[in-house]
Design a protein around this ligand. Structure first.
Ligand code: ADP
Length: 503
């Protein structure tokens, strides 16, 4: 279907350094890998070594305009393709992600510093799952009939919105793109993605691969800076919907720009997710759950990280000690090494920000910050952005470490005595993304599940986003849901009403 030869091979490339070079300096627009119109590029850096591994095309308003116009043209024909057929094509394109899981895992590990075994491979598999899940939902794009009488036919139909602009961050770039692109495409829209500055490569490769199956122009991606490339995408007159994952500050800017155009916007923003541990929990499972909940393997760079842990006093000391011991046993090192549990922080900017939080915590009177695991010994990694995970106790509730999203491997743990008080404390946050409760008491579990102010509450587990379950926050954590059939219908279509009078 493509009219241009592809410089990269269809065969999976397991050398991420070579693939990074092959993808250098390109957007994917109108079915082709193309450079920025200005010719400008910026560096893509391996955070484990500080070395430049590729250049990314530095897009501006002109590249965005080209991508959106291509998308708008392609969308007209795509909207006429029966929805099940659209889904089937997306499902077929997902097959290319399946066959490239290993390649994509390595590439995303290289650019983000996320450990291959514990994080990057998991993400790549999830991406294939998400595209396959939505690919199977084409037939669900259906309407209703509303009986008014024998000579009147009232029906509703689901129509696509047009061109969707998607802006994504760097922490799970492939998966967050999939959560936007899969439902948008199956619903009959075209999409232009603006990748995150720090992680433009694996997402570019996914778009390139899927374009071997999808008609050209439907699925485009541009790279560039937020204000000079993301903002023009939001503001473009042909973009009829914006979907964004990132910081609260940028979410507000995007929401205002979308309001000017009166277009719908979906926002997935930050979190400061509480984990509440009752003394009657399954201790072993819950300590292990604290490590996964805090996403220590991703250096805590997750909106749903359990960055506030409340433990019932009788098991508090034992819990904190055991948590520390288990994080100590995790191996921090080269993200591409199978032995590594924990990789790096994404960028020097985030590195300094997280370090500043740790220093502030350590300087707080009465607080203890236990540094866990060990810095990598390998000399090749000495410039890597590694930070030891920290578990803080003894902080007060007004500390910045307790109130603000750190997006690093730092969690704070508090003892509690009273269920009502801990519920109030857990809810005392501007965020409301996710929460977990750990107890063997069903009554307690259900009470907390209902009363915690969060878009997602899990009991005795903390899984990542699951296809088919709506995901999204309340309060400052966002607007709208992703990952489910309802999210596709609500956020990527509009319901048209048709009334036919045959009297
Ligand atoms: P983070 O702190 O995770 O980088 P940001 O919200 O700054 O969070 O970035 C998330 C995404 O939003 C990135 O792709 C970034 O380039 C983009 N972005 C940043 N500023 C703007 C803006 N003014 N308009 C549109 N997109 C932006």
């Amino acid at each position: 279907m493509l009219d241009a030869p592809q410089p990269t091979s269809t065969e999976p490339c397991l050398d991420p350094f070579a693939l990074a070079k092959a993808l250098s300096g390109k957007h994917f627009i109108g079915g082709k890998l193309v450079p920025a119109l200005s010719g400008a590029t910026f560096a893509v850096v391996n955070p484990a070594t500080g070395e430049e591994v590729a250049r990314a095309a530095e897009g501006d308003a002109r590249d965005v305009d080209a991508a959106v116009k291509n998308a708008a043209e392609a969308q007209k024909a795509w909207a006429k393709v029966p929805a099940r057929k659209r889904g089937a094509l997306v499902y077929q394109a997902a097959g290319l992600i399946r066959t490239h899981v290993e390649e994509l895992s390595r590439l995303v590990a290289l650019e983000t510093g996320k450990a291959l075994r514990t994080e990057s491979r998991v993400e790549a598999n999830n991406v294939a799952d998400i595209f396959e899940f939505f690919g199977g939902l084409g037939g669900e794009l259906k309407g209703e009939s509303v009986p008014f009488g024998p000579e009147v036919l009232n029906i509703t139909v689901r129509e696509p919105l047009g061109v969707v602009g998607a802006i994504i961050p760097w922490n799970i770039p492939m998966m967050l793109m999939a959560l936007k692109a899969a439902p948008a495409l199956v619903a009959g829209n075209a999409i232009v993605v603006k990748s995150a500055e720090e992680a433009p490569l694996a997402v570019l490769r996914i778009v390139e691969l899927m374009n071997r199956v999808l008609p050209p122009g439907l699925f485009n991606i541009v790279s560039g800076q937020g204000p000079s490339c993301g903002a023009p995408l939001v503001e473009h007159p042909l973009v009829k919907k914006v979907t964004f994952t990132g910081s609260v500050e940028t979410g507000k800017i995007i929401s205002k720009a979308a309001a000017e155009k009166l277009i719908p916007v979906t926002l997935e923003l930050g979190g400061k997710s509480p984990m509440i541990v009752f003394a009657d929990c399954d201790f072993e499972k819950t300590v292990a759950g604290a490590l996964t909940s805090m996403r220590f393997t991703r250096q805590g760079q997750s909106c749903t990280a359990a960055s506030r842990i409340f433990v019932e006093r009788p098991i508090f000391d034992k819990f904190v000690a055991e948590m520390g011991k288990r994080v100590d046993a995790m191996v921090m090192g080269d993200p591409l090494d199978e032995k590594t549990d924990i990789g790096t922080i994404i960028s020097p900017g985030q590195f300094s920000k997280v370090k500043a939080f740790i220093e502030e915590g350590k300087a707080t009177a009465g607080a203890t910050g236990r540094a866990c695991s060990a810095m990598p010994a390998d000399a090749a990694l000495k410039k890597g952005l590694f930070i030891q995970p920290h578990i803080f106790t003894g902080l007060t509730k007004d500390s910045r470490l307790v109130r603000e999203e750190i997006f690093g491997p730092v969690t704070v743990v508090f003892p509690f005595d009273d269920a009502d008080a801990v519920l109030a404390e857990a809810n005392d946050s501007e965020y409301g993304l996710a929460a977990t409760v750990w107890t063997s008491n069903l009554k307690t579990a259900l009470r907390f599940a209902h009363e915690l102010e969060a878009g997602l509450v899990q009991v005795n587990q903390n899984l990542v986003v699951q296809p088919n379950l709506s995901y999204g926050g309340v309060k400052a954590s966002g607007l709208g849901k992703e990952a489910s059939l309802e999210s596709m219908l609500e956020h990527f279509t509009h319901k048209k009403t048709i009334m036919v009078n045959m009297a």
